[in-house]
Ligand binder design. Structure first.
Ligand code: PGA
Length: 244
């Protein structure tokens, strides 16, 4: 347990929402004392955030500095919009865009050259859980990034443990299942570098207004990465409340 780790409640809007919803969140989000609230928005909306109580994140950016990469967005562009966080390695990007561990590592290495904080998503498919291979699977996903990024990893990266079978399915990991993996990740990283004690490890996968409190009460769960429930202001407010 570590009191220094401030809870981070991160909404991942994915390819959802519109400017009206952004206005609703800007007007109605309540962020309790001691909690960081973050919305990772679709790129077109990043330019429209102003005077918000929440921090602003993107959902991806390029491993390249600039150049002929049609459709991609650079770290420098995000910095111009005061973006503070970027999600990398979400299972939907690994699947839809064939993002390998190596690409995820290259993207995170790039963003670590700026002051933007990367959120590294890891997590196993159901077959891996059923085969009892969760720790090895998650460790390999983390090692791929650690090997490329070195010690900066421990100072800057936020990890999101998102079991794939729990994402968008309503089938949340139990607080005990989640804590078991979070504890594994923390112990593994602390053995490599004691500064990992300060790293925030978020849980993601059907976190909602009713299960957030129990999940967030676990010793190594430092926040949430929330998809569906981050599109409803009342639910998101309740989750932020549960973290406070
Ligand atoms: P979910 O998504 O909360 O809708 O399960 C979480 C995520 O994909 O980050």
């Amino acid at each position: 347990m570590n009191k220094a780790r401030k809870k981070l409640i991160a909404g991942n809007w994915k390819m959802n929402g519109n400017r009206e919803l952004l206005n609703v969140f800007t007007r109605q989000l309540i962020v309790p004392e001691g909690v960081d609230a973050l919305l990772c928005l679709p790129a077109p909306y990043l330019a429209f955030v102003s005077d918000s109580l929440f921090k602003v994140g993107a959902q991806d950016c390029s491993e390249h500095e600039n150049g002929a990469h049609t459709g991609d967005i650079s770290t420098a562009m995000l910095q111009e919009l005061s973006v503070q966080y970027v999600i990398f390695g979400h299972s939907e990007r690994r699947q839809d865009h064939n993002e390998s561990d190596a690409i995820v590592a290259a993207k995170i290495a790039r963003v670590l050259q700026s002051d933007i904080t990367p959120i590294l998503c890891v997590g196993e498919p159901l077959a891996i859980r059923e085969a009892g291979q969760v720790f090895a699977y998650v460790q390999a996903q983390i090692d791929a990034v650690l090997d490329v990024c070195g010690d900066k990893f421990f100072d800057k990266v936020v990890i999101a443990y998102e079991p794939i079978w729990a994402i968008g399915t309503g089938q949340t990991a139990t607080p005990e299942q989640a804590q078991e993996v979070h504890h594994f990740i923390r112990s593994y990283l602390v053995r490599k570098n004691p500064r990992a004690e300060q790293m925030r490890i978020l849980y993601g996968g059907s976190m909602n207004a009713s299960n957030a409190r129990h999940l967030l009460a676990q010793a190594d769960i430092d926040g949430g990465l929330i998809g569906g429930a981050s599109l409803k202001i009342d639910d998101f407010n309740m989750i932020c409340q549960a973290a406070g």
